[in-house]
Design a protein around this ligand. Structure first.
Ligand code: PLP
Length: 221
């Protein structure tokens, strides 16, 4: 069997175990297989195994790989994870189904405008700067509620949840539980957090979309 598929099955089993240990307090999250830098030949076996959600972080690369793949596999859901410039929004809306990195109002306004032209809307996560880091993208926690309200009430965006990248070299669990609380406070249903090195911690804190790359596809160059 394909290596990447074996890796994915191992992760799925591990998560299922955590879910059943919780006596179904935890809902089974979706895995977004993060295929950035990997070629179509690496991705195809994972699609054929039945994986639905895939993630990319660069528009040009995503267009090259996924325009044809999505045409061949119409059930695939594609997730944009990376920083998005407003001038690229027009490429994202037709190709992608989810955006995890909404982090400023200019971008929100541009998405709102472009969606009207395309007759298609993205499912969107607001990226939260949960570690309050200077160099990190994301909405500050104390701005989150007003940003969320503006996106939904004024711009009519389909905000489904929150997303975070916790600070490097720190335990993620405190940040994850804070994200869980923020999600509940805003009455949102989805939460995008957990990567190859901390997805089990994310599962315990009610993540609904785990973004897992290297643990499935191997080390990136
Ligand atoms: C690359 C990337 C991931 C996956 O990272 P791994 O550590 O390889 O699992 C998740 N989220 C975002 C935003 C990424 O850019």
């Amino acid at each position: 069997m394909d290596h990447n598929v074996i890796n994915l099955i191992k992760i799925q089993k591990e998560i299922q175990l955590k879910v059943s240990e919780s006596n179904n307090r935890i809902k089974m999250p979706e895995i977004v297989a993060v295929s950035k830098t990997f070629s179509i030949s690496n991705i195809l076996p994972v699609i054929n195994y039945g994986q639905i959600h895939f993630g990319e972080n660069k528009i040009q690369e995503a267009l090259e790989k996924w325009e044809s793949l999505k045409n061949d596999f119409k059930h695939i859901k594609l997730h944009m994870l990376g920083k998005l410039q407003t001038n690229k929004v027009k490429y994202v809306i037709p190709l992608f189904d989810y955006l995890h990195s909404l982090d400023n109002i200019k971008l929100a306004e541009k998405i709102s405008l472009e969606q009207k032209k395309n007759n298609k809307s993205l499912k969107i996560f607001i990226q939260v700067n949960i570690g309050n880091e200077k160099q990190k993208n994301g909405i500050e926690v104390d701005q989150l509620e007003s940003f969320y309200k503006k996106c939904t009430n004024e711009l009519k965006l389909n905000i489904i949840g929150l997303m975070c990248l916790p600070p490097h070299n720190e335990k993620s669990s405190l940040y994850f539980s804070e994200m869980d609380e923020l999600t509940k406070k805003l009455n949102l249903s989805e939460l995008s957090m957990g990567m190859s090195n901390d997805y089990i911690e994310a599962v315990k804190n009610n993540s609904t979309f785990l973004r897992i790359g290297s643990k499935i596809f191997g080390k990136r160059n």
